[in-house]
Design a protein around this ligand. Structure first.
Ligand SMILES: N[C@@H](CCC(=O)N[C@@H](CS)C(=O)NCC(=O)O)C(=O)O
Length: 201
């Protein structure tokens, strides 16, 4: 019997918009090919034309290629017991993910922008991020979950908070104890710890 090909995730060799899917697959113990594109040149010459939306990340399973970081994350989460239990719960989870994706975009000037724009970006984050984290905090239950059980936005939140800390913006969620519970659960997962240690730059 032919063995089934492993799913493939294509993204740059950094966390960015690909990391949430990596973390979900790692936590679920699902084997996948973590294809890391080493440079923008490699992306444009080797992968871009092959990607379904002309963007990274993209994901391939069963001969189908899918783009859109949140769609991919949702797909692998639902296939591995980390989605909601009905359409409404799935929509709620996607709405939290949407907000976090918008927040992540605010870190792009730190990741890719020129040095002289970083101070301005930091001021902007200090002004806007606390309200957005407070909004997320309201969506989390006292047990530190979005829906009374672990779910895929947990992984986005963990990464978002790691990036906030990396850019000296950790104070923007310091008054959010329930966010603290979510990220403590993700960050203490031994499979996640092992994966992060392996890919630490
Ligand atoms: N909304 C898309 C945005 C994807 C996106 O902007 N990807 C960037 C990298 S983070 C990219 O592919 N850049 C290369 C290009 O535009 O050719 C998603 O969440 O997947």
């Amino acid at each position: 019997m032919a063995s089934e090909a492993k799913p493939k995730l294509y993204y740059f060799d950094l966390p960015g918009r690909g990391e949430v899917t990596r973390l979900i697959l790692v936590a679920a113990g699902k084997e996948f090919e973590d294809i890391r594109i080493s440079s923008f040149e490699e992306w444009t010459t080797k992968y871009k034309a092959d990607s379904p939306l002309g963007l990274a990340p993209y994901y391939e399973e069963g001969g189908v290629k899918i783009g859109g970081s949140l769609c991919i994350a949702r797909l692998v989460a639902e296939a591995n017991g980390l989605g909601g239990s009905n359409c409404i719960e799935n929509a709620l989870l996607s709405s939290y993910a949407d907000l976090m994706s918008d927040m992540t975009t605010k870190f792009y000037p730190f990741m890719f922008g020129p040095e002289d724009k970083k101070e301005e970006a930091k001021k902007e984050c200090l002004k806007n991020m606390p309200a957005k984290f407070a909004q997320l905090e309201k969506s989390i239950k006292d047990d530190g979950t979005f829906l009374g059980k672990p779910s895929w936005p947990d992984f986005l939140l963990s990464q978002l908070c790691q990036e906030a800390i990396q850019y000296q913006l950790g104070d923007t969620f310091k008054d959010c104890p329930k966010i603290g519970k979510v990220i403590a659960r993700v960050d203490s997962n031994p499979k996640i710890q092992e994966f992060r240690a392996k890919h630490k730059k």
